[in-house]
Structures are given as structure tokens and as C-alpha cells.
Design a protein around this ligand. Structure first.
Ligand SMILES: C[C@@]1(CC(=O)O)c2cc3[nH]c(cc4nc(cc5[nH]c(cc(n2)[C@H]1CCC(=O)O)[C@@](C)(CC(=O)O)[C@@H]5CCC(=O)O)C(CC(=O)O)=C4CCC(=O)O)c(CCC(=O)O)c3CC(=O)O
Ligand SMILES: NC(=O)C1=CN([C@@H]2O[C@H](COP(=O)(O)OP(=O)(O)OC[C@H]3O[C@@H](n4cnc5c(N)ncnc54)[C@H](O)[C@@H]3O)[C@@H](O)[C@H]2O)C=CC1
Length: 195
């Protein structure tokens, strides 16, 4: 069973090996959370053109030297043997590695997720059904709409003030717990009470 963590990617070198549909999806996801991704592949699908500002493309077949300084690696070629070699090498070096055709060799996987401002909900099935992860994501996307971005920003601002104003932990917790019962409209109108 894999442990969920939220990780700061900006400080890490990320390399995706492969230039097909799966590699493209992984790159796009990374770029929601960091500024630059390196991609090594013998060929790239055209979709990579739209990412070219934010990715560093290296057109070559995989070589160990390309991932020497990478902390996060995705093995996404269509060659099982190459993916396996990357996975085994990374595991030996203590790198984080996602082998897209071998969950056993991976020490991380990529969940489905929705992101509304700072709200992040991720879904995984332990590799049993990526299609189900994707389905659940669509269901949650309807429930947690774009208004959550503002809602969470308001909650965050109010929380900082409540922490400053109330020293009593019990009272503080009671207020913070009750704020999430309010709708966005209610929160907007109660905002001044706390600021
Ligand atoms: C283990 C994992 C490793 C990893 O890649 O991280 C993995 C592995 C594999 N996926 C395969 C197939 C498909 N993957 C998708 C889609 C997604 N796959 C994603 C994650 C994961 N996929 C990780 C586990 C996640 C979990 O625990 O649920 C998502 C969530 C995130 C992302 O990749 O961005 C993204 C949904 C994005 C979204 O909508 O949000 C679809 C759907 C489609 O394309 O329509 C299909 C075809 C239908 C099907 O198989 O269900 C195959 C078989 C390939 C073959 O047939 O040979 C393997 C290899 C194997 O199973 O060994
Ligand atoms: N984890 C996931 O979400 C999913 C995983 N898969 C698996 O992912 C693999 C890749 O799928 P696609 O992207 O659709 O394949 P694809 O055929 O579109 O792309 C494969 C890419 O790998 C590159 N490549 C091949 N050998 C290479 C090497 N030695 N060095 C560098 N680059 C190399 C090719 O140039 C090509 O760009 C499939 O084998 C499949 O088993 C498939 C669907 C979903």
C-alpha cells in the first residue's frame, strides 16, 4: 500500500523517459505543480509542442547519464525492458521512480486528482483500476466546483486571524470547525467578524 504525501517539486530535477501519450500526460500533470520537466525520448508526439516553453527535450534513447541528477524519474517508454532497467537503477540509487507499466517496480504512482486553488483531492486504486480513479475524479469534479478556490482562500485567511485572536485552543478549534458548515455566501458575509 502506498502512502500519500504532498511533495514540493520545484526543488527537484524531474525526468520523464519516453515521448508518447503516457509520457505527455505525466509531463502535463507535473507542470501543474512545477516549472520545468526534462524529457528524454527517441521520438515525441506532436502534443509536446504545446509544452515546449516548460520542458527540456532531449532527443535520444535512454542512457543512465541523463538521470544522474534527477530525484524524480518516470519510465514511460513502450519498451518494457528499458522501463525495467530505469526502474531498477533508480531504486538502487534511492530515486523516486514511476514505471508506467510495472507498479511493483515503481516506488510512487500518479493518482487522478482535482485541483481547485489550494484544494487538492487525489484518488488512487493501488493500480487495480486507473479507469475507476478517473471516473471518481469526474464525480468529485462536479461536487467540488471552481467556487472552492475562493472558499478555501477565505477559510485560510480567517483561520490565521482566529489563531492570532484566540489563545484558548478549545474555543479556537470550535470556531474553526464550525466555519466549514458555512456556505461560500455565508462565509463572505461573516468574513468581517473575524478580520
Ligand atoms: C499503477 C499506475 C502507475 C502510474 O502510471 O502512475 C498505472 C498503471 C497503468 N495504467 C494502465 C492503463 C490506463 N491508465 C489510464 C489512466 C491513468 N492512469 C493513471 C495512473 C496509474 N496507472 C497508476 C495507478 C493509479 C491508480 O492507483 O488508480 C492516472 C490515474 C494518472 C495519470 O497517469 O496521469 C490516469 C487517469 C488520469 C485521469 O483521468 O485523471 C487509463 C485510462 C485511459 O487511458 O482512458 C488506462 C487504460 C484503461 C485501464 O487500464 O484502466 C496500465 C495498463 C497498460 C496496458 O494496457 O498495458 C498500467 C500498467 C499496469 O497496470 O501494470
Ligand atoms: N501508467 C499509465 O497510466 C499507462 C501506462 N501504459 C503503458 O505505458 C507505455 C507507454 O505508452 P504510450 O505512451 O501510449 O506509448 P507510445 O508508443 O505512444 O510512446 C512510447 C515512447 O517511448 C519512446 N521510446 C521507446 N524506446 C525508447 C528508449 N529506449 N529511450 C527513450 N525513449 C524511448 C518512443 O520514442 C515513444 O515516444 C505502454 O507500454 C503501456 O504499457 C499505457 C497506458 C496508461
Amino acid at each position: 500500500m502506498l502512502y500519500p504525501i504532498n511533495i514540493k517539486l520545484e526543488e527537484l530535477e524531474i525526468t520523464v523517459v519516453g515521448g508518447g501519450k503516457v509520457a505527455y500526460r505525466k509531463c502535463k500533470n507535473f507542470l501543474h505543480f512545477t516549472k520545468e520537466v526534462r524529457v528524454i525520448s527517441t521520438d515525441f508526439i506532436d502534443a509536446f509542442d504545446e509544452l515546449k516553453e516548460d520542458i527540456k527535450l532531449i532527443k535520444d534513447s535512454y542512457k543512465e547519464k541523463y538521470i544522474k541528477n534527477s530525484s524524480v524519474v518516470v519510465a514511460a517508454t513502450n519498451n518494457r525492458q528499458v522501463n525495467k532497467e530505469i526502474g531498477e537503477h533508480c531504486r538502487k540509487c534511492g530515486k523516486l521512480v514511476n514505471v508506467v507499466d510495472d507498479i511493483e517496480l515503481s516506488n510512487f504512482t500518479v493518482p487522478s486528482y482535482i485541483k481547485k486553488g489550494d484544494l487538492l483531492i487525489s484518488i488512487s486504486t493501488g493500480g487495480k483500476s486507473p479507469s475507476l480513479s478517473s471516473r471518481i475524479k469526474k464525480e468529485l469534479d462536479d461536487k467540488y466546483d471552481d467556487s472552492y478556490e475562493e472558499y478555501i482562500n477565505l477559510l485560510g485567511e480567517i483561520r490565521q486571524n482566529v489563531i492570532k485572536k484566540y489563545d484558548d485552543m478549545v474555543e479556537r478549534k470550535k470556531i474553526l470547525n464550525s466555519l466549514v458548515d458555512l456556505t461560500l455566501e455565508e462565509l463572505r458575509s461573516e468574513y468581517n467578524k473575524y478580520i
